[in-house]
Design a protein around this ligand. Sequence first.
Ligand SMILES: C[C@@](CO)(OP(=O)(O)O)[C@H](O)COP(=O)(O)OP(=O)(O)OC[C@H]1O[C@@H](n2ccc(N)nc2=O)[C@H](O)[C@@H]1O
Ligand SMILES: Nc1ncnc2c1ncn2[C@@H]1O[C@H](COP(=O)(O)OP(=O)(O)O)[C@@H](O)[C@H]1O
Length: 283
Amino acid sequence: MTSLSLIAPAKLNLFLHINGRRADGYHELETLFVFLNYGDQLDFTVNPNGQIQLSCDNQALANNDNLIIKAARALKEHSHALLGVDIHLTKRLPMGGGVGGGSSDAATTLLALNQLWQCGYTLDQLAEIGLTLGADVPVFVRGFAAIAHGIGEQLEAVDLPPSWYLVVHPNVHISTQAIFTHPDLPRDTPKLSGPWQSAKLYNDCESLVKKLAPEVEKTLLWLLEYAPSRMTGTGACCFASFAEEADALKALNALPAHWQGFVAQSVNLSPAHLELNAKLNLL
Ligand SMILES: C[C@@](CO)(OP(=O)(O)O)[C@H](O)COP(=O)(O)OP(=O)(O)OC[C@H]1O[C@@H](n2ccc(N)nc2=O)[C@H](O)[C@@H]1O
Ligand SMILES: Nc1ncnc2c1ncn2[C@@H]1O[C@H](COP(=O)(O)OP(=O)(O)O)[C@@H](O)[C@H]1O
């Protein structure tokens, strides 16, 4: 196998509780990750010269700061792989949107190159490398919907019924770091004492982000006309869930022109894993 094309799916935090701040500055979280069957597209082609090249339809992303390059370099250094790779990114997910676009791209890169460079690493090993790239990378590497603790790397699989989501990006960029380092961020939500299904759930970042970015509050209120709404991650994306795709699409069609949105269905197993397994079974 010398080439692979895989999705880098979006994620939603169906709830996000911040339990405290650790000595290293990162925060202890309790959150529920689900994947969506919508995301970026990554095309990988092995090259013999050992170089890692990235092209992208969005020129602002085709640089060495890209998490895709960082992931490829991390795996190459760790595995001493001799081959290189040409990667093309088709960007669909809003950047800094709270849907994990960069982290998902990094995870899909680790999964694809583990196969193309025949590293033979386990998911545990790939998740460990992924964690050095970002707190959200391990959940995409492991590929199952999960309740997460720690900084987001301690995962307990969940099996949720599928739901349709309208995800709205109000065209404001929220820095994850800016939110987590802000003095007004609530950081003292206790760990759930019982099953999350019967608990009061929320996103602890919402109150602060609504204050800093009023457009996010407007988005949450607009969505509320159709269904209960919530922000994902540190924002700016917000979502509402629907039993039927038609209802989600009806709301999407009514979206104000200055916002972006997409409709997708939640899935328990990452579409990147499903696609990779299907391609490997064809060999
Ligand atoms: C908030 C969450 C929720 O899923 O998602 P996003 O909103 O980014 O999608 C994640 O925890 C984000 O994961 P990720 O985006 O990989 O964050 P990283 O790059 O590792 O960290 C960026 C910055 O966020 C802060 N950070 C991140 C995670 C965490 N548990 N505690 C933190 O304090 C740190 O200040 C860190 O420097
Ligand atoms: N492949 C990538 N896609 C998107 N953002 C990237 C990528 N590589 C690096 N980044 C940087 O990481 C930041 C956060 O990315 P992203 O994961 O989209 O945010 P979030 O986790 O909030 O959804 C972006 O603002 C961008 O500067």
